[in-house]
Write a protein that binds this ligand. Structure first.
Ligand code: GDP
Ligand code: IMO
Ligand code: MG
Length: 421
């Protein structure tokens, strides 16, 4: 048996949560492998709309196991809140969730550090979600972090204090005011709460599942263009968001990876700062934001919108080894006479390239090809064949340019509005 990976090919918020929820009945286990509460994965079915941050998007299906893998950074306070929200649903079952003991903990001071660093960057700020992601991964790599398994050790409080003191020493260099009293109390309450969950060695857990013939779907967070190595550095997140991270973030060998499902929107969005070559600063950009409800699921910030960027999409499929594409939010492009697609970049020296430059903030002018738009409402269409020819031509154009099949076209936020070919 193998592990299929599902991840975002753009700057996040592609609709990963929706598709994981849709695919879950085919899998025994859904496992998150990186990121943390910076993620916001929206699920919609019937009258329910729910946003998950750290808990895998398979949680609403009875019978599936949901694993938070070692590559994740977890905020216990957010975790407790997420569970409280889930407990309102019939069918939520605590035993459907387990967490790796090797997950790194986000401390209240990690969030303070995140905010202090951002404030100090001024106009160069990353636009972080301020969930403490960067400082927690920094402590992981510098070998100072605390992990979930540590909460069971008798000296946990002592180790917490030591790390907190380290953070205080750093914070002295910043003019940043903070008060930890409330958050620290909540943190320790949440740590006790966490101890009531199934804490496992997820590498053994998952490999045993594979040996027993079970199917695993690895759920990515963020997007490939926010990857710490391959994204638009430094305007990225602090983890690898690409396929290789499913191996290191779960303890799965590379030869166990099966399909890689690359999720992308029919256009592009980005939330936070950083280069975005096809960004639209005009009425069209506003219309896409309006039609698509493009406001962050975690921070509520308006998302920047622009046309589909094929060089970036091809780059993302290359570094991920994507095998199939899922195109989301086709319905949002209804109402445009023409739809532009970026097929290359013109550099400042006049040369044309289809490759991403070393620094994406370098002046590149997108080269567009115009395609016919469509005026039909797609949200009630229930099969791929029922889509207007113009939509099918758009799909075909992307398939030919990228060289991969588009297996799903999504025409609305609901689980049902998913057209599998
Ligand atoms: P994720 O982080 O990749 O899981 O994506 P988000 O949940 O942050 O953002 C995707 C948004 O688009 C959510 O509000 C979804 O409910 C919504 N969505 C997903 N697929 C579609 C679609 O095909 N059409 C429309 N209109 N909305 C969609
Ligand atoms: P999902 O999983 C979109 C962006 C932030 C910021 C940068 C760094 O929902 O697709 P961080 O908090 O990680 O230090 O922020 O990355 N970002 C996301 N953008 N979707 C996400 O997750 C994101 N997670 C982080 O806006 O620009
Ligand atoms: Mg999101």
């Amino acid at each position: 048996m193998s592990v299929d990976v599902l991840l975002g090919l753009q700057w996040g918020d592609e609709g990963k949560g929706k598709i994981v929820d849709y695919l879950t009945p085919k899998y025994n286990v859904i496992a998150r492998f990186q990121g943390g509460p910076n993620a916001g994965h929206t699920l919609k079915f019937g009258n329910t709309k729910h946003v998950l941050h750290q808990i895998p998007s398979g949680i609403f299906h009875e019978g599936s196991k949901n694993v938070i893998g070692n590559g994740v950074v977890l905020d216990p306070i957010t975790f407790q809140k997420e569970i409280a929200a889930l407990e309102k649903f019939d069918g939520y079952n605590k035993s459907a969730l387990c967490l790796s003991r090797k997950v790194q903990l986000i401390l209240p001071t990690h969030r303070v550090l995140d905010a202090a660093y951002e404030q100090a960057k001024g106009k160069d700020k990353i636009g972080s979600t301020l969930k403490g992601i960067g400082p927690t991964y920094t402590d992981k790599i510098s070998r100072n972090g605390l992990r979930i398994g540590d909460v069971l050790a008798p000296n946990f409080k002592e180790r917490y204090e030591k790390l907190k003191e380290r953070h205080f020493a750093i914070l002295e260099r910043f003019e940043y005011e903070y008060d930890l009293t409330e958050d620290e109390a909540k943190f320790f309450e949440a740590i006790e709460f966490l101890k009531g969950f199934d804490l496992v060695d997820s590498e053994y857990y998952l490999n045993e599942k594979l040996s027993a013939g079970e199917n695993i779907l690895a759920e990515g967070a963020q997007g490939s263009l926010l990857d710490i190595d391959f994204g638009s550095y430094p305007f990225v997140t602090s983890s690898n968001t690409t396929t290789a991270a499913a191996c290191t973030g779960l303890g799965i060998a590379a030869n166990k990876i099966g399909d890689v499902f690359g999720v992308f929107k029919a256009y592009c969005t980005r939330v936070g700062s950083g280069p975005f070559p096809t960004e639209l600063h005009d009425k069209i950009g506003e219309q896409i934001r309006e039609n698509g409800g493009e406001f962050g699921a975690t921070t509520g910030r308006p998302r920047r919108c622009g046309w589909l960027d094929l060089p970036a999409l091809k780059y993302a499929t290359m570094i991920n080894g994507a095998t199939k594409l899922y195109m989301m939010k086709a319905d949002v492009l209804t109402g445009f006479d023409t739809i532009e697609v970026c097929t290359g970049y013109k550099k400042a020296d006049g040369t044309i390239t289809e490759q991403l430059p070393f620094d994406l903030s370098e002046e590149v002018t997108p080269i567009y090809e115009s395609l016919s738009g469509w005026s039909e409402d797609l949200t009630g269409i229930s099969s791929y064949d029922g889509l207007p020819e113009t939509v099918k031509s758009y799909v075909k154009f992307i398939e030919e340019k990228v060289g991969l099949p588009i297996e799903i076209v999504s025409v609305g936020p609901d689980r049902e509005q998913t057209l599998m070919r």
